[in-house]
Write a protein that binds this ligand. Sequence first.
Ligand SMILES: [Zn+2]
Length: 136
Amino acid sequence: MTARIITGGDIDSYCTRCKLNLEHIILAMVGGAVVKVQCKTCGSIHRFKGMPAVRPKSPRKEGAASKSFVTCQALWEEAMGEAKGPELPYDMARSYQAGDVMVHNIFGKGVVQKTLFKKCAVLFKDKERMLVTSNT
Ligand SMILES: [Zn+2]
């Protein structure tokens, strides 16, 4: 398409009301740039939007999240396979050792990764969590 861009001419623009790229009539131009258009479909007048900007951010974010989830689950499976400790119910009044299998009533089974003062890092199927314990 080599249609001339002039006031009164046609241009494809994103219509904020139709939420689609549609043919618009150019109503106003400033310095060769289209500033105001009218949607031929709904008749609404709005600023020229052009094509909606491509936003690769969110798909990339989702991809990263699912990837880290898979990685974490794989780590968890490996840790569960290696854990030799008894299965201990989670109790904040108790202390744990690295390698213990902790059974949490919300997060399920996890493997204690390391212990810190009054808490320990436990790898659960979905992610690692810090839980309050009575470790010293
Ligand atoms: Zn429209």
